[in-house]
Design a protein around this ligand. Structure first.
Ligand code: ADP
Ligand code: MG
Length: 263
């Protein structure tokens, strides 16, 4: 892989009060890579994405995003170049907002419709993204009337709207039914295979949600990296068992993964 690094985390600790949310984390993401970040609740996954989206500064160590070192760059210039979806951001979208506007308004980095007019380029891009994420039919409906799966897809279309160089997805599969999950995995697989798409980082605690085409994995437990590297080398019985603190049997079939408690 010869592309430029988009995320460089070096010796990072994040400390809040007495708690070390992250300790000694080293991580590099290149532009052509698609990473899954796996770990149990409380492992520090969301904290890591907060760092990678320029929403949090490390207590110790260095974070460089898209070639810009945190602390030496205006984060308000950096953030529009990074797409992020999370439960916290979703909560900030007003239930009565028109779905089409949720996607469209992202170009102006505001939640809600700030302008009365958008240019043709924005309208076209929003229409294409809504088609790709299967939410065109809901464009005129209020965001609050959508199913959980539809909302997740609207959020991803919104995150892609400013054509980011890095896309960070914090548990997009949470709360989806089986059909919703499979639809999401299929669309993420298509995005993973698109050479023009940004670098991607998907946070989950379910190996079933790893889209085929993802290239790397980082396993996190108690704020520390258990292991990180190419997916096939990293996602195995031993490392997953250590990460989740449970003896697991892990299988891969048809490009998908499953894990269950070892017999
Ligand atoms: N501001 C904070 N102060 C103290 N502890 C926090 C704070 N934010 C998060 N934590 C704790 O840090 C740990 C990691 O949180 P988080 O990154 O959200 O984990 P994950 O996304 O993997 O579930 C959790 O145990 C959480 O309770
Ligand atoms: Mg989290």
């Amino acid at each position: 892989m010869s592309s430029d690094p988009v995320v460089e985390v070096r010796g990072v600790d994040v400390v809040r009060g007495e708690t070390r949310l992250l300790r000694g984390v080293d991580w590099t993401v290149h532009a052509d890579e698609r990473w899954v970040v796996l770990g149990p609740n409380g492992a520090g996954k969301t904290t890591l994405l907060q760092l990678a989206s320029a929403h949090l500064h490390p207590t110790r160590g260095a974070v460089t995003l898209l070639g810009e070192t945190m602390g030496a760059v205006d984060v308000f210039e950096l953030r529009p170049r990074i797409g992020l979806t999370s439960a916290a951001l979703a909560q900030r979208i007003e239930a009565r907002e028109r779905t089409g506007d949720v996607v469209l308004s992202a170009g102006y980095a505001v939640v809600g419709r700030g302008r009365e007019r958008y240019d043709v380029h924005d309208l076209t891009r929003a229409a294409v993204l809504m088609q790709q994420w299967g939410v065109t039919a809901m464009a005129h409906r209020a965001f609050g009337t959508l199913s959980e799966g539809e909302r997740k897809r609207v959020q991803i279309a919104r995150a892609l709207m400013p054509d980011p160089e890095l896309l960070l997805l914090d548990e997009p599969g949470a709360g989806l039914d089986l059909g919703g999950r499979e639809d999401l995995v299929a669309r993420l697989t298509a995005l993973a295979g698109d050479p023009a798409a940004p670098a991607q980082v998907l946070v989950t605690h379910h190996v079933e949600e790893i889209p085929p085409g993802y290239t790397h994995a980082l396993l996190l437990r108690g704020g520390q990296v258990v292991t990180a590297g190419p997916l096939e080398q990293v996602v195995g019985q031993e490392a997953l068992s250590e990460t989740f603190g449970l003896a697991l049997s892990v299988q891969r079939s048809g490009g998908r993964w499953t894990a269950r408690r070892a017999a």
